[in-house]
Design a protein around this ligand. Structure first.
Ligand code: 8DG
Length: 129
């Protein structure tokens, strides 16, 4: 999860067909030998072209794939003035707390997104960046 000026970056999946058009936090699967933070930094580089520092966990662990995987979200801070570009997603939007319901999130994201208004309010207008 990337927050700048009180807005959260939401990304529209382009694939696979059953997930295309649904919105998510940028990221991806942890590969063998990687920590969560290493995987997240690699995915942020691949998908958004940015360097990041991985910060605190956000929201609950959400079971995926009938319990064979887990969705886990971390806040990240953009480094070196990098700004995300949609290298693999079909669209990106920076959503305010009031706009979080304006995109169709992947189903597993909903309990995490539900915690964001409180988190954004606690962060204040400067956000994490
Ligand atoms: N990145 C991300 N994935 C999510 C979210 N919510 C959610 O259900 N998922 C699911 C979708 C996918 O089944 C899985 C992430 O896999 P992915 O296909 O993006 O992973 P990846 O980048 O490693 O891709 P691949 O090389 O395995 O094809 O988690 C979310 O908010 N962000």
């Amino acid at each position: 999860m990337i927050v700048i000026d009180g807005r959260v970056l939401a990304c529209e999946r382009s694939a696979p067909p059953e997930a295309a058009g649904r919105w998510e936090f940028p990221g991806g699967k942890v590969e063998p030998g990687e920590t969560d933070a290493q995987a997240l930094a690699r995915e942020c580089a691949e998908e958004l072209g940015v360097r990041v520092r991985v910060d605190a966990r956000v929201g609950p662990d959400v079971p995926l794939a009938h319990g064979r995987a887990v969705l886990r979200v971390y806040a990240v801070t953009l480094l070196n003035g990098d700004r995300p570009r949609a290298l693999e997603h079909s669209a990106m939007r920076w959503l305010t707390a009031g706009e979080l319901d304006s995109v169709p999130w992947l189903p597993a994201d909903k309990p995490i997104v539900a915690e964001l208004p409180r988190l954004l309010a606690a962060l204040g207008p400067e956000g994490l960046a």
